[in-house]
Design a protein around this ligand. Structure first.
Ligand code: NAD
Length: 492
């Protein structure tokens, strides 16, 4: 652990000296007006680095660079693009430790999970790299007197806007398919955790990505983010973040008729029936809310438990929650690290107070932890005796806080599960297969796991319904977003 801290310090040193610069047309550059903002570490609230504070003029430069680079990048044969994206994946793997340590110190996510973040990022590149050669292929439809040929072309320069929770992995998830499709990019990362976005573009260019294909502008949502969504050269916005930000982006992009793809918030239910394997269900429920500090869009933040086992099952969960190690993100034993920022910590602790005031019982946690460095540590928290009308059951807390609600029967479980504005994921635990079919058919969610925690398989669609999103990523769905479909009809 002490060794890890020393290594992290060494990796962070260059950011302290150079700051987190923007990256436009292949050059690391400060903001045009020279402005910066500080990013702090959630471990000790100390500044990590000054960050270039880009605004509309910086976005304009980046959009022009992406536009200039587009024709050559779009014209590159799919096989060549595939080879290059694999080189980027190799370069990510070669710097996996640096990425993990910097991500831990910038986000507060524990090394236990971040150690794999870089490898998952590399996997995202490899997955879409392999599909690049066929991305343009369509199909032909033949009728008497006519043959229709359908093809796809990259839509143009696109904007990618990402959140702070797992910035490295999420950036690769959005950017790799855009590059594989033949689009060029302007990336605006989240202001709370901008460090690894800088590494990522640097890694991509060191692997041979042509200048201007990938541009990075740091800044705040209301200036750099807004300008990106309004820029006429940017044809589409891939966005991951809060639902209300998605709604703003839709309005901002209206004048330029932006195509949008939204991965938004969630208040995801894990539904546990009495006939389930309760030990496995308890492990999975605990993993899905407390891993990644609960700062995870797919977290199972509502625990719906059948009446007959409610007391027993919530005790199993409480007992596990109390055993979770909260600590320094670089300590290999840590599961829950500090939350991203004091502002977010305040929000999470306010919800704890709201839950108590609403009459729910704190069965585990419910307090700030005095952790190493004095940062934003919050104990894994479980509320019992809750009902679905409470704010702690309706609103996305985005922290290690779980709300357990009893249900009577299948119909009641379904009603409670669907009674929220969100619909990202659902988790169902039962040994009754016919019930699983009935329930999953009616559950309002884009992704459902039966008798499992969230295990991602990249070719499957990822996305939400209701206020949780618009569109799907993964497999060919990502290409559908980043490409235009064209039909050519030949008379025969
Ligand atoms: P956020 O919406 O506050 O910010 C996300 C990004 O949008 C940031 O880069 C921010 O600067 C930018 N932004 C803010 N206002 C903007 C504007 N007006 N125009 C353009 N850009 C703007 O979200 P956050 O707090 O960074 O992240 C947490 C949220 O992300 C949670 O709601 C979580 O559920 C969601 N999330 C969703 C998924 C998913 O796949 N569905 C994955 C991870 C996180």
């Amino acid at each position: 652990f002490e060794e890890n801290k020393k290594k992290a310090d060494a990796y962070l040193a260059r950011f302290r000296i150079d700051g987190v610069l923007n990256h436009i047309a292949g050059e690391a550059v400060p903001a045009l007006d020279g402005a910066t903002f500080e990013t702090i570490s959630p471990v000790d609230l100390q500044p990590l680095a000054p960050v270039a504070h880009g605004k509309a003029a910086d976005i304009d430069r980046a959009a022009k660079a992406a536009s200039k680079a587009f024709p050559a990048w779009a014209a590159m044969p799919g096989d060549a693009r595939k080879a290059l994206l694999h080189k980027i994946a190799d370069a990510i793997v070669a710097r996996a430790e640096e990425i993990a340590f910097i991500e831990c110190m910038d986000t507060g996510q524990s090394l236990k999970f971040m150690a794999k973040a870089a490898l998952r990022g590399a996997e995202n590149f490899r997955f879409f790299a392999d599909r690049a050669p066929e991305a343009r292929d369509g199909k032909s439809i033949r009728i008497p007197g006519q043959v229709n040929v359908t093809t796809r072309n990259p839509i143009g320069p696109v904007g990618v806007i990402t959140p702070w929770n797992t910035p490295f992995m999420l950036s690769t998830w959005k950017i790799a398919p855009a590059l594989a499709a033949g689009c060029t990019i302007v990336h605006k990362p989240a202001e709370f955790s901008p460090l690894t976005a800088r590494l990522l573009v640097e890694i991509a260019e060191s692997a041979g990505l042509p200048k201007g294909v990938w541009n990075l502008v740091n800044g705040l949502g209301e200036d750099a983010g807004k300008a990106l969504t309004e820029h006429p050269l940017i044809k589409a916005i891939g966005f991951v973040g809060e639902s209300r930000t998605g709604s703003m982006i839709m309005k901002q992009g209206a004048d330029t008729l932006k195509r949008v793809h939204f991965e938004l918030g969630g208040k995801n239910p894990v539904i546990v029936f009495a006939d389930a394997d309760l030990e496995r269900a308890a492990d999975a429920a605990v993993f899905m809310i407390y891993s990644l500090n609960g700062e995870r869009c797919t977290s199972s933040s509502r625990l719906l438990v059948e009446d007959s086992i409610y007391g027993k099952f919530t005790e199993m969960v409480a007992e596990r929650a109390k055993r979770i190690k909260v600590g320094h993100p670089l300590d290999p034993q840590t599961v829950v690290g500090p939350l991203i920022h004091p502002v977010h910590e305040r929000k999470v602790l306010e919800y704890v107070e709201i839950g108590k005031a609403e009459g729910a019982t704190v069965a585990a946690g419910g307090y700030k932890v005095d952790g190493p460095g004095g940062g934003c540590y919050v104990a894994p928290t479980l509320f019992t005796s809750a009902d679905n009308g409470m704010r702690i059951a309706q609103e996305e807390i985005f922290g290690p806080v779980l709300t357990a609600i009893p249900f009577k029967d299948e119909a009641d479980a379904l009603k409670i599960a669907n009674d929220v504005q969100y619909g990202l994921t659902g988790y169902l635990w039962t040994s009754d297969v016919t019930r699983a079919f009935r329930l999953t058919d009616q559950l309002e969610a884009g992704m459902i796991w039966v008798n499992s925690e969230n295990v991602r398989h990249l070719p499957t669609p990822f996305g939400g319904v209701k206020n949780s999103g618009i569109g799907r990523d993964g497999g060919d769905w990502s290409f559908d977003f980043y490409m235009e479909t064209k039909n050519i009809a030949f008379a025969t």
